[in-house]
Design a protein around this ligand. Sequence first.
Ligand code: HEC
Length: 168
Amino acid sequence: MSQNQNFLDTRSIVIIALMLIAFFAYLIKIYDLTQEVHTRDAAELQAAVVERIRPVGQVDRSREVQKISAPTVKIVPEPEPVATAISGLQVYNMACIACHSAGVGGAPITGDVVAWSERIARGAAMLKKNAVQGYIGSVGYMPPKGGRPDISDAEVEAAVDYMINESK
Ligand code: HEC
């Protein structure tokens, strides 16, 4: 009887051992499955979701970027000082000659020493200020910069210097 009992014990130990192994295998499998659920937050799965829900179309701005970047590269080597250095004579011929060669509206004629002597006596600074800002004098109206606001103050002043030198 005791032998039989031992046999049963050995068999039940084996059965229990098998059941334990099966149980641990089951636990390991459950652990695997739950880990998989958690990996849905992983970066590559998130990327896959973003890829699935991304918009159908996108505006192609690659050409625009080229357009913007191309001229900024070009601007650098462009020679600047060509337009800025206009002589007094050039400004005079461009903006002043219309009135000051024929005396339009009482404008003092360039080269008329008598007409300019009184004005030159008031000082070049005053004449330049009046030419830049414009003024109404005793004989007529001198428009600011001769009606050419695109000309710089320095260019108008250069033209005044030219007129003074021609009228001394
Ligand atoms: C639309 C005609 C007109 C144009 C264009 C013109 N002027 Fe005159 N300017 C006048 C007249 C008119 C006077 C005289 C005003 C007065 O003394 O009553 C005058 C006077 C002047 C005087 C004398 C100022 C003073 O204080 O006595 C200067 C200097 C002068 N002009 C410079 C210029 C220059 C430089 C230009 C070109 C950038 C120019 N003008 C273009 C009509 C003109």
